[in-house]
Design a protein around this ligand. Sequence first.
Ligand SMILES: C[S@@+](CC[C@H](N)C(=O)[O-])C[C@H]1O[C@@H](n2cnc3c(N)ncnc32)[C@H](O)[C@@H]1O
Length: 231
Amino acid sequence: MAFSLETVVPWGRSFAEYQAMFNLTPSDLQKSILGCGDGPAAFNSTLTQQGGRVISVDPIYQFTAAAIRDRVTATYDEVIAKVRQNQAEFLWDRFQSPEHLGQARMAAMETFLADFEAGQAQGRYVTARLPELPFSDRRFDLALCSHLLFLYSPQLNYDFHLAALQELCRVATEVRIFPLLELGSQPSRHLDTVLTTLNRQGYPTRIEHVAYEFQRGGNEMLVVSQPKDGQ
Ligand SMILES: C[S@@+](CC[C@H](N)C(=O)[O-])C[C@H]1O[C@@H](n2cnc3c(N)ncnc32)[C@H](O)[C@@H]1O
């Protein structure tokens, strides 16, 4: 049986993974960035230490650091067991084994947790959830959304995906989404219809190859930019 999870799990990636998943250049990292659904990822913490400007949103930021650690720890065994059962769905070059993957995820979470309280006080971790974000139009240059949209296509329907992408396009000049596969390493059932609708509404879209592949075949991101004047 292919990899599947009933709910969206709070599972965090490292800054280096974000750089690779989103083709982030040094000039991208100078931009004002929104990390949407960042959960316990280390991206905000590390980029902030490097002098970057980033705000993360996620519904789990309503919880304390201790509660987030408990939730990640509680899902750890299930996620690693499912990865182990479905090892052939993944490429094992960046991570050598399910255990190595688990260590990397827990290390990213610890980096996040060490920064969480200070980051909340500075307004860098905001409790919110798609499809509505508490930001003004074009507040950000770039919005990134990793391992939420398209990955959870069985759990999040077409209407949610479209509304979420439109909202990301409202608050950011450019939007990047990774991956474009569902759990189970199948192409997202919503991708084609969402792209058709966004294009019809005037949003230019393109799919870019990235230097990151863990789900087999999952090495592409979606880039959505603003409609040209007059559209
Ligand atoms: C698999 S984790 C990915 C975390 C991070 N983006 C990464 O790649 O390391 C998915 C995250 O999406 C968050 N999430 C779930 N529903 C959401 C929503 N409606 N809006 C924003 N984030 C959401 C979850 O709380 C969780 O932290």
